[in-house]
Design a protein around this ligand. Structure first.
Ligand SMILES: [Mg+2]
Length: 221
């Protein structure tokens, strides 16, 4: 019974899961700069749960580089009466540390014999720095990075690709952790078990994952 309810694979987002949330960093920047919350999020990230031609979405799909994105978002923000330099907006994130307890649970996933992957909307220019923050080879069987494949969450194909790279795990046997609700919802629509990682209470996500690993979860897979 316990075995039947245990997952076979765990898929982790990176930003906002192992590292502080990029969304929180930008929100804090907006607050400091006197830009309304909705405005700053829309200007930097576009409508994040859609997949559009917003420069940030094109960056995450690997269509344009970081310098171009930085300039386009600066232009967009100036047209709206603000001045948003991405490098300022992400400044607090650059100084943020890794969440050790999340790394610990990723190790427990491996120790339990499960497969694991990172599924990240990411940026070519950040690649080496974020990978250096974690022992990625040790912790994950696969890294699915949006800019390398031209697909970004919440596009369901990115989850399907990740499951395929893990050897064809059924969605119903996989857990997915992300700090963005739209991404979790997309994974759940595929039949995966979603865990939303809350910025202020991320340890709760660790506890929920541990419950699933032990087969003690109230929601059998
Ligand atoms: Mg994230």
């Amino acid at each position: 019974m316990a075995n039947r309810s245990r997952p076979e694979a765990v898929l982790f987002d990176f930003g906002g899961v192992f590292l502080d949330s990029p969304f929180a960093a930008v929100r804090a920047f907006g607050e400091q700069a006197g830009i309304p919350d909705d405005g700053v999020m829309e200007l930097v990230f576009g409508r994040y749960d859609a997949d559009t031609d917003h420069p940030w979405h094109r960056l995450e799909r690997g269509d344009i580089d970081l310098a171009t994105t930085r300039q386009e978002i600066l232009d967009l923000s100036q047209a709206a009466g603000y001045r948003i330099d991405l490098f300022d907006a992400f400044a607090t994130l650059v100084r943020a540390g890794i969440r050790d307890e999340m790394v610990a649970v990723a190790r427990e996933v491996r120790d339990a014999g499960l497969k694991s992957a990172i599924v990240t909307n990411n940026v070519r220019e950040f690649g080496e720095s974020w990978r250096a923050m974690l022992p990625v080879d040790e912790l994950f069987d696969a890294i699915v990075d949006s800019h390398e494949i031209g697909l970004r969450k919440p596009d369901p194909r990115i989850f399907e690709l990740a499951l395929e790279r893990l050897g064809g795990v059924a969605p119903s046997r996989a857990v997915f952790l992300d700090d963005f609700e739209g991404n979790v919802a997309a994974a759940e629509r595929l039949g995966m078990h979603g865990i939303l990682v809350d910025h202020d209470d991320w340890i709760r996500a660790v506890e929920r994952l541990r419950a699933l690993l032990s087969g003690a979860s109230e929601t059998p897979l």
